[in-house]
Design a protein around this ligand. Structure first.
Ligand code: MG
Length: 299
């Protein structure tokens, strides 16, 4: 299935994406309901097929716990920031994954306009990432069995305030948790339609210029390994969201460094899943719906 969450006639709903159209589902509004009871994925017989123009796209999932995140998961990204980490992070590649989290208030929709937080940070940066949504929870999950715990995949951007990341101690929570800094969606592709998460082109453009482009084949720790490591002694729950790290090409590692400015358009795309389209605006204090259309096709 390709699932989307949207508002139509003042109601939050879930739907199936069929080509460029949305087929509303009957009586479910949150992804967690479908994860718990897959048999509830029943098209609403009263509803007609909707176009994107008729709906407001919502975050494909509202996570109930912090979004879990992975640092340093692409070799070239690790290398590009050597000497630029200002005392944060190791100088040699870690042998186990680095984990942190983003607060739930970061989550935004695929076409939302996002706040620049200009009074607080002057170093807002982009990080396109493959996001994993957990289906079956568990603890001490074997790596060999880990992908059977995945419900599906979506696109995220781990937008990061580099100056806050550095200023608030030797952890990243604050700089990663500003409101509206985790656009997520627009579509979740379930595992029956995406068998191999380690073979996807991943790309981020800012104002049309390709800033990041790699393949998930270059992840240092696979999705299966990340789930195995995270679940050691720590129960993963259905609906947990895990961001699996970003490729090279972030703004902070460029020469000269480049950060988001008022009016910049961030487009985040993963092959086989879809793309986010988010404008960053200094005038906003929270993520705000736009009428910009996102593509539901996943070439
Ligand atoms: Mg990240």
């Amino acid at each position: 299935m390709k699932l989307i969450a949207f508002e139509y006639q003042q109601r939050r709903r879930l739907g199936l994406v069929e080509n460029d159209r949305i087929r509303p589902l009957l009586g479910v509004s949150e992804l967690q309901e479908l994860i718990a009871l897959p048999e509830r994925a029943i098209p609403d017989p009263q509803a007609s097929l909707l176009s994107l123009e008729q709906v407001r796209v919502l975050p494909v999932i509202n996570p109930r716990r912090n979004v879990m995140c992975v640092g340093w998961n692409y070799r070239k990204h690790f290398d590009e920031s050597i000497g630029k980490r200002e005392g944060q992070g190791p100088e040699t590649l870690p042998e186990i994954p680095t984990f942190f989290s983003k607060a739930t208030g970061t989550v935004a929709a695929a076409s939302d306009d996002l706040p620049l937080h200009a009074g607080l940070t002057s170093k807002l940066d982009w990080e396109v990432e493959l996001a994993v949504v957990i289906g079956r929870g568990g603890r001490d999950i074997d790596e060999a069995d880990a992908l059977s715990h995945v419900y599906g995949y979506t696109v995220a951007n781990d937008i990061s305030a580099r100056d806050l990341q550095r200023a608030h101690g030797a952890q990243w929570f604050k700089g990663k948790s500003l409101d509206g800094t985790c656009p997520l969606g627009p579509v979740l592709v379930t595992v029956d339609q995406l068998h191999d998460p380690q073979a996807l082109t991943i790309e981020c453009r800012v104002n049309g210029q390709v800033m990041q482009r790699d393949t998930t084949a270059n992840q240092i720790f696979s999705v299966a390994r990340l789930i195995a490591e995270l679940s050691r002694g720590m129960t993963l729950e259905p609906g947990d969201v895990i961001l699996t790290g970003t490729p090279d090409g972030i703004g902070a590692a460029r020469e000269p460094a480049l950060f988001l400015a008022d009016g910049d358009l961030i487009e985040s795309r993963i092959q086989g899943i879809g793309s986010l389209s988010n404008l960053v605006l200094a005038s906003l204090s929270a993520a705000t719906p736009s009428n910009r259309l996102v593509s539901l096709s996943c070439e």
